[in-house]
Design a protein around this ligand. Sequence first.
Ligand code: ATP
Length: 341
Amino acid sequence: MTLLRLEGVSVRFGGRAAVDAVDLEVAEHETVCVLGPSGSGKSTLLRVVAGLQPVSGGRVLLDGADQAGVPVHRRGVGLMFQDHQLFPHRDVGGNVAFGLRMRGAAGRGAYGSRVAELLELVGLPGAQGRAVASLSGGEQQRVALARALAPSPRLLMLDEPLGQLDRGLRERLVVELRGLFARLGTTVLAVTHDQGEAFALADRVVVMRDGRIAQAGTPLEVWQRPASEFVARFLGFENVVPAVVSGGVADTAWGKVPVPDGAPEGAQRVLIRPAGVTVGADGLRCEVLSRTFRGTHVALLLGPEAGPVLEAECGLAGAPAVGDRVAVSFAPAEVVVLPPQ
Ligand SMILES: Nc1ncnc2c1ncn2[C@@H]1O[C@H](COP(=O)(O)OP(=O)(O)OP(=O)(O)O)[C@@H](O)[C@H]1O
């Protein structure tokens, strides 16, 4: 069932559309992550849903009810922002209880057990009495989450939820959040500029560009089939060149590249994901310009004898060294013929 529906939502500041005729649905129990470069309209979209930003056009519906004129505190949405805005003068319990009081969600006596339950849920059991200032960044994030979850919002909205935390902690928390949302059946609309975070957290990602949706789909769909060169580059793929496609082969600056069956023919732009650039004995000759250890693989930057630099991936064992001369071939499964801009 659809919980949130945006119909042609636009927000204009001066003459400029920050959000431009956006249609979006979020189903109950679904986690949707809105992703996009700075200024693409992500936060504005979130603020619209929360009721913090009036629309210039279109409608926001929650459970089928038009939210026009419904104030923030009556929308039943929970908000957690990047700078988590905890009250420094209240202890942890006081901060979480604030989330309950805002909604009048429980009688005063019931706060204590609900706060305890929420702190347990976010992995901070017994932290009620701790001062906010004594918490690490990750712990503060958990308290902010407990506070946002306190009134059991029908929609939880997160704006750059893990933005300030270091990478290792972010990766751990993302996994925890995903598990928590699945257990609670929470419906989540999150905004992030970090594609790794979005892909790890979301059932569906929505990539925004200049106030519009450039692509929406499951993480796998978007990763495997970026809908445009913009999306491909935003995901960090740099191997994009013009090509003429004919008979299952793309003619590119790197030579002939096999394309998947059924790819559109004619003048196109082609993406080769680094995983599809295979280092071997035959093929396009290249010099290794750099190599970067990535944990599970080695990322190579190659200078080919023809065409622009190429990104490739190879296994840790036997990775070539900088300055080595190698040859590469291309795997059609990792080649995407991109739609015209
Ligand atoms: N209150 C405002 N008044 C005028 N312009 C605004 C206002 N809020 C946002 N904008 C503009 O609208 C556009 C979208 O901003 P928004 O904050 O939604 O982008 P974003 O994708 O969330 O960016 P970031 O990742 O940097 O937070 C930007 O060009 C921004 O400058």
